[in-house]
Write a protein that binds this ligand. Structure first.
Ligand SMILES: Cc1cc2nc3c(=O)[nH]c(=O)nc-3n(C[C@H](O)[C@H](O)[C@H](O)COP(=O)(O)O)c2cc1C
Length: 214
């Protein structure tokens, strides 16, 4: 019960309840149960204000030492998505071109340069990442988490997502990040998904198959 109390403490306090309370069922539906990885897209535009709102939610998600290595390029203009299209797999090309927005979920290899702002109480934090392998692992791990936070934030704001790893990373990096320290992690189409283009939901592992409680 102590653990449950810990995880629900904030929600409980917000609602003034005495017992642990899960988020409202509508939120669980929107974030997990109803939400799907979309393949087909309607041409409903996505306002930049919604993208900004989603980022402002997602940036609150935790990263190690608050390092926040994730960088996000919102390809909204068709011309921008046309620059991406040659670098994605044939199966993903249409998705990139037809979704109103495609995000290049990236990270900054030099993320540690910002630790002086992000972790100011430990001025020595930048030196923790002087080991290149440790720095690369930290950037990849935390930017992946931040990409996931962003997808959940977009879902929470009523949008659909379609993540993609079928692309030529060097090509995308050359196209968008030449001369910078940014590196592509994965892509994600965003907009109003077409439910008719969904595949049936695939099975998931059971708790017993994927989890240990020790
Ligand atoms: C990181 C990542 C990369 C993915 N790459 C592709 C991709 O390149 N092409 C594709 O069609 N689907 C891709 N998917 C979609 C997955 O196949 C999909 O999320 C999974 O089957 C679960 O589908 P559901 O969310 O609708 O249940 C990717 C998903 C993730 C999270």
């Amino acid at each position: 019960l102590t653990d449950i109390f810990y995880y629900h403490k904030k929600i409980k306090c917000q609602r003034g309840s005495d017992v642990p309370q899960p988020a409202p069922s509508e939120a669980l539906e929107a974030l997990f149960i109803e939400a799907r990885s979309h393949n087909g897209w309607r041409d409903t535009p996505v306002a930049e204000s919604v993208l900004r709102h989603a980022f402002d939610l997602a940036k609150l998600g935790p990263t190690s030492a608050n390092c926040s290595p994730g960088r996000f390029v919102f390809l909204q203009a068709l011309e921008a998505r046309q620059r991406l299209a040659p670098h994605v797999s044939a199966g993903n090309r249409r998705k990139v071109l037809t979704a109103p927005v495609c995000i290049v979920m990236a990270y900054d290899r030099n993320f540690a340069d910002r630790l002086i702002d992000l972790f100011p109480h430990k001025p020595e934090a930048k030196a923790w990442f002087s080991n290149p392998a440790m720095s690369a692992e930290t950037a990849f791990r935390n930017s992946t988490l931040q990409g996931a936070y962003l997808m959940l934030a977009l879902r929470a704001l009523g949008l659909d997502c379609g993540p993609m790893s079928g692309f030529d990373q060097d090509g995308v990096d050359r196209e968008f990040f030449a001369g910078t320290s940014w590196v592509t992690n994965f892509l994600c189409s965003v907009g109003e998904g077409d439910p008719d283009a969904l595949f049936p939901r695939l099975p998931r592992l059971a708790f017993e198959d994927a989890c240990w409680v020790l």
